[in-house]
Design a protein. Structure first.
Length: 463
């Protein structure tokens, strides 16, 4: 508006001096003054007639100049019109039941509006919940068993997980008892092996003592034999005594050597007993680790199975994946049986913005560009009362289309900035609207001159 006022002021400043000069030249005609009038009234009437004609003519000129200037300055929006309808912004959503079952409740009817996460219907999940509870019980039992076996395998105290202890104290108590029993059995097996080791160590000690005694006896008899041999020739010692000493020397040497051999065997037995202790512990822990591995494999299977069963319970509640409108409800009976994979509900998506598909004339398509603003006027709501929705041109068809009536057009899509005209004025797919795309601005003078320019271009060109 300020721009229009500035334009009019500029025109006034240019035109005003000329108008003032014209008015300054308006003087009484000499011819009129020289005439002889019967009265002053006749003189004034006749003298005013040229002035009035000039004022009227120049006023018309001023008005025309002002009007032309105004039409040249003022610009209005250039609009391309088309007819369209609201289409879903995404594909039709068809909800199905993965596992089937008996319908427990239906919470919607055709035509209802739903939001993301709203419960559409429920299928009886009792059988799935029973399986989930059974799976959970077995999962807890395997989890606590794995914890027990891990404690035994690592030689650590068994501390049951607090959450499982609160949820299933009976199973925890049984596993604690099994842990104590297994620990006692392992300790008993190791204790027997340790006792055998101690026994072998005692035998080794006895053999060493025996070897020492035999060695000392051998040394004494050998010395006695060495002293006695020279006396045999003088007859101081009988030959029988010499033979006895030789026999004792040989016997003690044999006992010494036998004890040495037995010591070697005993040392080997002790080493074997030590290894046996390690083998007993290792065998027990290996058996526990094998049991732990089998338990973990079963536990993983129950974990995956539990996820699957939980999904079945979750999928028994059919929820809306989008904000939308219930188009068709394909199951209407509570207590009816739904087959796995059967279609249950069709939902037309309703987003925060609307998509309209409009038909535009081929003669206007060259002036359309994605991103241009538009106004959408819905035929269901009077535009003068409810107004329209602001939108933007989103896409233009790559080729023209001809319908069955022979009308050719381009399909364009516009996206509105809002999804409704008000809280109680919903807009749903299928509604018809007039789409005005703003392609630019043009002065009023251009609009007025357009027919003249067209006529000029077409004039004198016919054969």
């Amino acid at each position: 508006m300020e721009r229009i006022q500035r334009g009019l002021e500029k025109i006034r400043l240019k035109v005003q001096p000329r108008v003032d000069r014209w008015l300054a030249d308006w003087k009484e005609s000499p011819d009129v003054q020289d005439q002889d009038f019967t009265s002053d009234a006749d003189f004034h009437i006749i003298s005013q007639e040229p002035l009035r004609a000039k004022v009227l003519l120049k006023s018309i000129v001023v008005v025309v100049v002002l009007f032309v200037g105004w039409t040249a300055v003022v610009r209005v929006e250039e609009i391309t019109k088309g007819e369209g309808k609201v289409i879903p912004s995404s594909q039709l959503q068809v909800l199905q039941s993965l596992d089937g079952g008996i319908v427990e409740e239906i919470n919607v009817k055709e035509g209802d509006t739903v939001n993301v996460g709203d419960v559409i219907l429920r299928i009886d999940s009792t059988r799935f919940e029973s399986s989930v509870r059974e799976n959970r019980s077995q999962y807890l039992a395997l989890t606590i068993k794995a914890a027990r076996l891990r404690a035994l395998a690592e030689g650590k105290p068994f501390v049951p997980p607090p959450d499982i202890q609160d949820e299933d104290p009976k199973t925890v108590a049984e596993e604690v008892q099994l842990y104590e029993t297994a620990k006692m059995n392992m300790e008993a097996s190791v204790s027997i092996a340790r006792q055998q080791l101690v026994q072998r160590q005692q035998e080794l000690s006895e053999l060493r003592s025996k070897r020492e005694q035999a060695g000392q006896a051998y040394e004494l008899t050998a010395r006695e034999l060495a002293v006695t041999k020279p006396l045999i020739n003088s007859g101081a010692v009988s030959e029988v005594e010499l033979l006895r000493l030789e026999r004792d020397t040989s016997r003690f040497r044999g006992e010494r050597d036998m004890a040495s051999a037995q010591i070697l065997r005993s040392q080997s037995t002790i080493a074997e007993a030590s290894r046996k202790i390690e083998e007993v512990e290792l065998a027990a822990r290996n058996e526990i680790r094998k049991d732990l591995s089998d338990t973990m494999a079963k536990l993983n299977g129950f974990t995956e199975g539990g996820v699957g069963l939980a999904d079945k319970v979750k999928h028994a509640t059919i929820r809306s994946p989008v904000n939308g409108l219930i188009k068709r409800l394909l199951i209407n009976t509570v207590g009816g049986v739904v087959q796995p994979g059967k279609d249950l509900v069709e939902i037309v998506p309703l987003d925060d913005a609307l998509i309209l598909e409009a038909k535009m004339a081929p003669k206007d398509i060259a002036f359309l560009r994605p991103g241009q603003p538009a106004i959408v006027k819905f035929t269901a709501y009077d535009f003068s009362t409810y107004g329209g929705l602001e939108a933007k041109l989103e896409s233009i068809g790559v080729d023209s289309i001809t319908d069955e009536k022979g009308n050719t057009f381009f399909l364009v899509k516009v996206r509105t900035l809002k999804s409704s005209l008000g809280p109680n004025l919903p807009i749903i797919p299928g509604m018809v609207a007039e789409v005005d795309v703003i392609t630019g601005k043009k002065s009023i003078l251009s609009y007025l001159m357009k027919p003249v320019l067209k006529a000029k271009q077409a004039a004198l060109t016919e054969r």
